[in-house]
Design a binder for this molecule. Structure first.
Ligand code: PLP
Length: 460
């Protein structure tokens, strides 16, 4: 008999009870939260798929490490352990810890970007682009066209389009391109991977022009899993080997440890260039903390160092990505339109196809996220026109091609039975989709508006 069943590669040693409100209570909470799932209280949520950021369950090995925190202001032992593990798994020379990923984005953007520069990247990420713009740069999307098509089944939809990249460099001049901002996997495209062949080609092209490549390594371990699964020649390599080879084609990385590294807080900047390292080490004391703790406690550094070891374990990463796929395939069985191929950290509902009767300026994805919470207490988030924000020059909404709702799976937190409940709820909302008629924005913050914007339902 063929054995196909797989299970979580861990057993549960501590539990946190969940609470479920009634439909009336949930509608009340939604209205109080301005129909923005970011403004709900966690205790009012049943299954929380808002984000995989900092929502990880740590292992007993990590918790044991928390007791070994060396809380010295300078030169903590945990820093040196993290530094050694970063060199071992990611392969860069120098480490600057930061409180989370955006702390590292802030440092590298300030150091490398001059006003008037252009930063090409494989699709924007909210905080990454914000820091590039605050430093006076302009982000330019150079991802392949397939990434903007939620129905394209290209196996590496995160790839850089080399022609787009080279024509930008030729148009503005290499001296105006401080680095290529390469993310793997690409969050905003649906957790889509970049192939090894592509990162190698990006390295060759940028080397010809003397341009750096800075990796957003937030989910690079998940990217390594897809390379192992899909790219010829990598089936027999370990995840750790693939990760290190991938990083070797780049000059440094920003990292949100709150994703791949299985912690609740933490991040870092890593680089090979000593001059950039010296500048980052100097700036970090202004914005984060001393260069051996970067805004984190010693115990947080220890938990992140140990998470790095666990993240590359084959059974862990396989379960991680296959659990996401399990949810996605359930939704497909119900006929729900989702982004394909199913990505590494989340299932993305295609709100344009889910709610074709709601125009984009009535916020279809925001509407859908609110409706799912009202149905079952499952919390998701908008990744569409609200997240895309406004064009800083014209002040108009940016109208992204992708109008998505993200169901993001925290690592090691929920079982597949929770995934079954989520799939049933989304399918129920899909059956009743014609009853939804969109939202009106009644409060809009200046920066990263999706976090705090408020809405009211529109009458149909
Ligand atoms: C979360 C994230 C960041 C920012 O990291 P924080 O730890 O949230 O500051 C950057 N890039 C990507 C792709 C992310 O998902």
């Amino acid at each position: 008999m063929e054995r196909k069943a797989w299970a979580e590669p861990y057993r549960i040693k501590m539990v946190e009870p969940l609470r479920m409100l009634s439909r009336e209570e949930r509608e009340q909470k939604l209205s109080e939260a301005g129909y923005n799932t970011f403004l709900l209280r966690s205790e009012d949520v049943y299954i929380d798929l808002l984000t995989d950021s900092g929502t990880n369950a740590m292992s007993d090995y990590q918790w044991a490490g928390m007791m070994l925190g060396d809380e010295a202001y300078a030169g903590s032992r945990n820093f040196y352990y993290l530094e050694a593990n970063m060199q071992k798994y990611y392969g860069y020379k120098y480490l600057v810890p930061t409180h989370q990923g955006r702390g590292a984005e802030h440092l590298i953007s300030r150091i490398l970007i001059k006003p008037g520069d252009f930063i090409p990247g494989n699709m924007y990420f909210t905080t990454t682009r914000q820091h590039q713009e605050l430093a006076g740069g302009t982000f330019v999307d150079v991802i392949i066209d397939e990434a903007h098509d939620p129905a394209s089944t290209h196996p590496f939809k995160g790839n850089v389009d080399l022609d787009k990249l080279e024509s930008l460099i030729k148009k503005v001049g290499a001296e105006k391109v401080p680095y290529v901002s390469l993310a793997a996997t690409v969050n905003m495209a649906g957790g889509q991977p970049v192939s090894m062949e592509n990162v190698r080609a990006v390295r060759e092209l940028t080397a010809r022009y003397g341009i750096r490549v800075i990796l957003d390594a937030t989910r690079a371990v998940e990217n390594a899993f897809f390379i192992k699964e899909r790219e010829p020649g990598y089936q027999h390599k370990t995840i750790a080997e693939i990760l290190k080879e991938f990083c070797s084609y780049t000059d440094g990385c920003t990292m949100s440890g709150k994703k791949d590294l299985l912690v609740n807080i933490g991040g870092f900047l890593a680089v090979n260039d000593e001059e950039i390292f010296q500048q980052a080490r100097n700036l970090v004391v202004v914005y984060e903390g001393l260069h051996t703790y970067g805004g984190l406690a010693g115990r947080d550094l220890e938990a992140m160092a140990r998470g790095m070891e666990e993240a590359v374990q084959e059974d862990y990463i396989r379960h991680r990505v296959l659990q996401v796929r399990y949810l996605g395939e359930k939704l497909q069985q119900h006929g729900v339109p989702i982004v394909v191929p199913i990505g590494g950290h989340a299932v993305f509902l295609d709100a344009k196809r889910f709610l074709p009767h709601i125009p984009q300026d009535r916020f279809p994805a925001q509407t859908l996220a609110a409706a799912i919470y009202a149905d079952s207490g499952v919390r998701s988030m908008e990744r569409g026109i609200v997240s895309a924000g406004r064009d800083p020059k014209t002040g108009d909404h940016r109208y992204p091609k992708l109008e998505l709702v993200r169901l993001t799976i925290p690592r090691r937190v929920y079982t597949n039975a929770h995934m079954d409940v989520v799939a049933e709820s989304v399918a129920a909302v899909y059956q009743e989709r014609e009853k939804l008629s969109g939202l009106r924005m009644v409060y809009e913050p200046t920066y990263l508006r999706f976090f705090q914007a408020r809405f009211e339902p529109l009458a149909s």
